[in-house]
Design a protein around this ligand. Sequence first.
Ligand code: G1P
Length: 288
Amino acid sequence: MRTLVIPAAGLGTRFLPATKAVPKELMPIGPIPAIQLVIDEALGAGIDHVVIVGSAAKPALEEYFAPRPDLERLLREKGNDAMADRLASIGRDWRVSVVHQDDPKGLGHAVGCASGSVEGDAFVVSLPDEIMSGPEFLRKMIDVCTNTSGSVVGLMEVDRSEVSAYGVVAPAAEMVDGIVKIEDLVEKPSVNDAPSSLIIIGRYVLTADIFDEIARLTPGAGGELQLTDAIRAQAQRAPLHGVETMVNRWDTGTPQGFLAAAVEIALVHGWADGLESQLRVVLDRHRD
Ligand code: G1P
């Protein structure tokens, strides 16, 4: 497994006006762009080729992956070799390809745009709105794909009232060691129609024949070409498993979620000396 696909062509309307100029994926969590945290997770799981599905409307995303020899030179002159090395490694130690999805027709369509860049029998898809606390979960998903020769989706149990915002799976059996065989899946069901309260989170390991199913997609929930529907079609003829997350997951899809994630991730990584006491002062000030 070598390739990670990151769908990143969205307009980020929930983050306007910031996203008028700055792609949401580049917004910083501490000093790190959110998309870099998603890439780091995958590198830790053995990926070495990243395919960004961007758009012509978001040139800054491509600039982030381009070399900056001038900046590296400046950093070295100032003795900051560590940061210069870090910048140099972007797009060198792991490869980046950028493809465009200029007509946003849904997640299935976005992944389909990467078909010409994916190498191997299977590949990873990570949605950049979701940040995981480590690579263990993705590593386990990749192992399950290797062992079953079938696609794997990331899962999380939520309160039943929340299922309508997600893809929801119907397990075919009991979950064992966080792994479950999946019988069926449905995109954004009503609470009453949902087959379970196990939702699909933004991590997928897909066998490459998913592109045949994507090519056959017709509009599904919300009128979009849904990845869930392509996986559903694939599961009619191939094994499909789910792996329940055992790491922390931060949903940065809303400004509040993003802020909360940024604070907790900074605390976890110890990025911000004194942040904890600063936060205590701020929270005290705003208690009622
Ligand atoms: C997408 C998928 C959905 C999945 C969700 C996870 O939905 O279509 O199946 O549960 O991501 O975040 P979206 O958030 O794009 O509506």
